[in-house]
Design a binder for this molecule. Structure first.
Ligand code: F6P
Length: 542
């Protein structure tokens, strides 16, 4: 698909049509300074775009396209607290969540003051729990925190806690998301109700999965400790104060945020309380500070040095001009094992849109499929398709220079694998190289002929690499903020609203209609559903 009538778009398209436009191997060989020239730094992170087919003219044209599409204007409107989420009439001010007091305004509201009021309340609560002033109903110290939430009320904090938690940190954190009660049954035996603090995390406080799980866990507390003990073990993270009160959560145990914080951008808000409880207040503050550093960079740096804008420009190149419909995220760090899961929501819920802000069908592709696993595990899973499948899939590698463990040899192997994958994707292996290698190994000529096509790698498969000096709260905060801002830039490039998610509503509504049919009290809405319900009921009854 193209964008008819946009000269800046046509200029990029013309460059994409030039012969050899995607020859990454040639670009790498032709310019030994390419890694330096396509390496960009901010907030302690290095973004390496050298293993893409970007050239100086292509990058300049993509940034000019960004200017024509209003990327910087959109960023500034977002920072000014304007209602950039047009379908819901809301601002998107997650940057205020990590800003110093006094920085951001939404209409008449001093957003930063609101944020700092909540941060202070969270800090007081965390200190009370850690210091033993806030205890379980029986006088026991809390050792475990269970965060009940789903989507943005789960993925961000779960990912961060997995990344930052180390033995000896103040509390253990557990995340209960799926309404499948197997999740609760798997968690329950690991918890002592006397020492368990439960956070119900839901922006709306109406999400079916979260409310169902919250009731299960509340009943468990009541059975174990008695009804009167339950409120002492509960807190809520929500914008819906009526809902939290109706659920029996005391007002001083509710940590709020505003509707200008989107779920998938909310880990910096009260939704991050489990991070502060598990990893400590300093870790949470460091996370916010790192994100803030990336915010400052995003707000001030010119496009040609602006990491989120450069990452967005790269994505536009791949999606719209190279025709790649997916992207893999491979953090070579086990602690980032939920990072891809977080980005899946952040990017696909934001950018999976088919109409423009004005409600017209888009005339170009929008958000790609995002998926990933940590390396090296991914190498033994889906990397085969990325090397030799029929559709190139750009990869984001995330590397960490200094590990937190004392096994340098393991870490060298890990990094060597990441670098080797990036090199193999970019350079591939020509048929001549494959043949020469087999000849060196002494294979007979007929065998070389037979295997050569299978052992040839096309190469020219793009990847970007992000290098962190170490995985700290600050570098993680900067990394996540980098992707958040990339998403906002892409919203502007594609003229779509990255802050709503109407697409998930239909399934929710239909589930509401199907539930009575499963309970036997209503007819299913269509024949296929009715047939499956019949089978399920037959198996349940038999
Ligand atoms: O799946 C849709 C969604 O609204 C996400 O955007 C959100 O993060 C998630 O549900 C949870 O919503 P809530 O925090 O309101 O429970």
């Amino acid at each position: 698909m193209t964008e008819a009538g946009c000269a800046a778009w046509d200029a990029v398209a013309a460059l994409a049509r030039e012969p050899g436009a995607s020859d990454i191997r040639r670009l790498l060989d032709a310019d030994p300074s390419r890694a330096r020239r396509f390496g960009f730094r901010a907030a302690g992170l290095l973004l390496d775009l050298s293993r893409t087919s970007l050239t100086d003219p292509v990058l300049a044209a993509l940034l000019a396209l960004g200017q024509a599409r209003g990327v910087a204007r959109f960023r500034d409107a977002m920072a000014a607290g304007r209602p950039v989420n047009g379908t819901e009439g809301r601002a998107a001010l997650h940057m205020a969540l990590r800003a110093p007091a006094g920085g951001f305004q939404v209409g008449d509201e001093n957003a930063s003051a609101t944020v700092h009021g909540t941060l202070d309340a969270m800090a007081g609560f965390v200190r009370g729990v850690h210091g033993g002033q806030i205890l379980g109903a029986g006088g026991d110290r809390f050792t475990d925190v269970v965060n009940i939430g789903i989507g943005g009320s789960d993925l961000g904090p779960a990912m961060v806690t997995r990344a930052l938690w180390r033995p000896g940190m103040p509390m253990r954190a557990h995340y209960l998301a799926n309404v499948d009660a197997h999740a609760w049954e798997a968690l329950r035996p690991r918890l002592d109700p006397r020492r368990t603090l439960v956070l119900v995390a839901s922006k709306t406080f109406t999400t079916q999965e979260t409310m169902t799980n919250a009731q299960l866990v509340r009943d468990w507390l009541a059975r174990a400790l008695g009804h009167s003990a339950v409120p002492g073990h509960l807190a809520a993270l929500s914008t819906n104060l009526k809902g939290t009160a109706a659920f029996g959560i005391a007002p001083d145990r509710v940590f709020g945020f505003r509707d200008w914080v989107g779920g998938r951008f909310s880990l910096w808000s009260a939704v991050g309380l489990s991070i502060a409880l598990a990893c400590g207040l300093d870790a949470f503050a460091g996370l916010l500070a790192g994100a803030r550093e990336m915010d400052d960079h995003f707000l001030a740096a010119p496009p040609e040095a602006n990491l989120p804008m450069l990452l967005a420009a790269t994505e536009v190149w791949h999606v719209n001009f190279c025709g790649y419909g997916a992207r893999a995220v491979l953090p070579y760090d086990e602690r980032l094992s939920r990072f891809a899961a977080h980005l899946q929501q952040l990017e696909m819920e934001s950018l999976g849109k088919r109409v423009t802000n004005a409600g017209l069908p888009v005339r170009h592709a929008t958000g790609p499929v995002v998926f990933g696993e940590p390396g090296t595990n991914a190498q033994h899973s889906f990397l085969q398709l990325i090397h030799q499948g029929t559709t190139p899939v750009p990869v984001d590698f995330v590397l960490v220079a200094r590990p937190d463990h004392g096994h340098p040899a393991s870490h060298r192997i890990l990094l060597a694998n990441a670098l080797a994958q990036a090199e193999a994707l970019a350079r591939g292996r020509t048929e001549a190289e494959a043949r020469a290698e087999m000849a060196r190994a002494g294979l007979p000529a007929a065998e070389i002929d037979r295997l050569a096509p299978h052992r040839t790698f096309p190469g020219n498969r793009p990847s970007t690499s992000i290098l962190l000096p170490a995985l700290t709260p600050a570098t993680l905060g900067a990394l996540v903020a980098l992707y958040e801002h990339k998403v906002a830039c892409l919203g502007a490039y594609w003229d779509i609203n990255p802050f709503d998610q109407w697409g998930v509503e239909l399934g929710k509504q239909l589930a509401g209609g199907i539930l009575p049919a499963l309970e036997g009290g209503a007819t299913a809405p269509d024949a296929a559903t009715a047939a499956m319900i019949g089978e399920i009921r037959r198996l349940q009854e038999g």
